[in-house]
Design a protein around this ligand. Structure first.
Ligand SMILES: C[S@@+](CC[C@H](N)C(=O)[O-])C[C@H]1O[C@@H](n2cnc3c(N)ncnc32)[C@H](O)[C@@H]1O
Length: 246
C-alpha cells in the first residue's frame, strides 16, 4: 500500500481533522454491514472486512479511523497515573489496540505490554508510529489467541472492543479475556454505557449494567465499577471497570 498523505503531528481537535473524520464516518457507515439493511452478520460475524476497510481506506490518515485520537483514552491515562504502586514489569495485554496509544501509555508506566488487533494494517501502522516501542505488537483475533497466552497476563486492558462486537458475542469475549488472566489478574474495561432497557442501534453497542453479571459468570468479580456521565473530555456515558479473576 502507498501512503500519499502524511498526517504526523496533527491536532485531532483541529477543524480540518474533524472535517475529514466526519466525511470518513459517512463513508464507513455506508460500508458497515451492521448498519445497512438487511443487517446480516452471518457471513462475517466479526465484521473483519469492515475493520480492514477502515484501516486500508484511511491510507495513513488517522482522522479516517473513527476511534483514533492519537493519545491514550483520558479514562485510561487517568487510571494509569493513579496507580501509586506502579506498573513496573506488569504483564499487560491491550485488546484491539488500534493505532497503539493505549498500549504505549501502559508501556510508558513500566508495564511489559503485548498488544494485538484483528487487522494487520492496524498493527503495521502502530509499529510505524512507535518505531522504538517496547510494546510487542501482534495481529490476532480475540477468539483465536495463542495457547501460550492462557493465564499469561496480570492486567488486560480493553477499550471499545467489547462494544464493537455484536452483543451475542460479548459473553464469549469476556470468557476469553478471563482465560488469559493469571491467577489474581485483572481486566480493565473502558466502554460506552447504556441503561438496561435503552434501545440501541449499534455499532457501537454500548454495554448495559448486566454486562457485570455476564462477567461474573465468566469468573470475573468487580473490584471497581464507575458509571461515568458525559464530561467535557468524555463525550458520552461510560463504564470504567476493574474486574479480577475469581
Ligand atoms: C473501536 S476500535 C478501538 C481501538 C482501540 N482500542 C482504541 O481505543 O483506540 C476496536 C478495535 O478492535 C479491533 N477488533 C475488532 N474485533 C476484534 C477481534 N475479534 N480481535 C481483535 N481485535 C479486534 C478492531 O480492528 C479495532 O482496531
Amino acid at each position: 500500500m502507498t501512503f500519499n498523505i502524511m498526517h504526523t503531528d496533527e491536532d485531532p481537535l483541529s477543524p480540518e481533522f474533524e472535517a475529514r473524520r466526519a466525511e470518513a464516518r459517512k463513508r464507513l457507515d455506508s460500508l458497515d454491514p451492521a448498519i445497512n439493511a438487511p443487517v446480516d452478520l452471518t457471513p462475517d460475524p466479526l465484521r473483519r472486512a469492515w475493520f480492514e476497510a477502515v484501516y486500508a481506506t484511511a491510507a495513513g490518515d488517522p482522522a479516517q479511523v473513527p476511534w483514533a485520537n492519537l493519545s491514550p483514552h483520558p479514562l485510561t491515562q487517568n487510571w494509569v497515573n493513579g496507580q501509586l504502586r506502579g506498573m513496573e514489569g506488569l504483564r499487560t495485554l491491550d485488546v484491539g489496540c488500534g493505532l497503539g496509544d493505549n498500549a504505549e501509555c501502559f508501556a510508558a508506566a513500566g508495564a511489559k505490554v503485548t498488544a494485538f488487533d484483528l487487522v494487520p494494517e492496524a498493527i503495521a501502522w502502530a509499529k510505524r508510529r512507535f518505531p522504538d516501542s517496547t510494546v510487542d505488537y501482534q495481529t490476532g483475533n480475540l477468539f483465536e489467541l495463542p495457547d501460550v497466552w492462557h493465564q499469561a497476563f496480570d492486567l488486560i486492558h480493553e477499550c471499545y472492543t467489547l462494544q464493537a462486537l455484536d452483543v451475542s458475542m460479548v459473553p464469549k469475549a469476556l470468557a476469553q479475556l478471563a482465560s488469559l488472566l493469571a491467577p489474581g489478574g485483572k481486566l480493565f474495561i473502558i466502554a460506552r454505557a447504556r441503561a438496561e432497557d435503552e434501545v440501541i442501534s449499534g455499532p457501537p453497542w454500548p454495554l448495559p449494567p448486566s454486562f457485570l453479571e455476564v462477567a461474573r459468570q465468566a469468573g470475573l468479580v468487580p473490584l471497581m465499577v464507575e458509571d461515568i456521565i458525559a464530561t467535557s473530555n468524555v463525550a458520552r456515558r461510560h463504564w470504567r471497570a476493574l474486574l479480577a479473576r475469581a
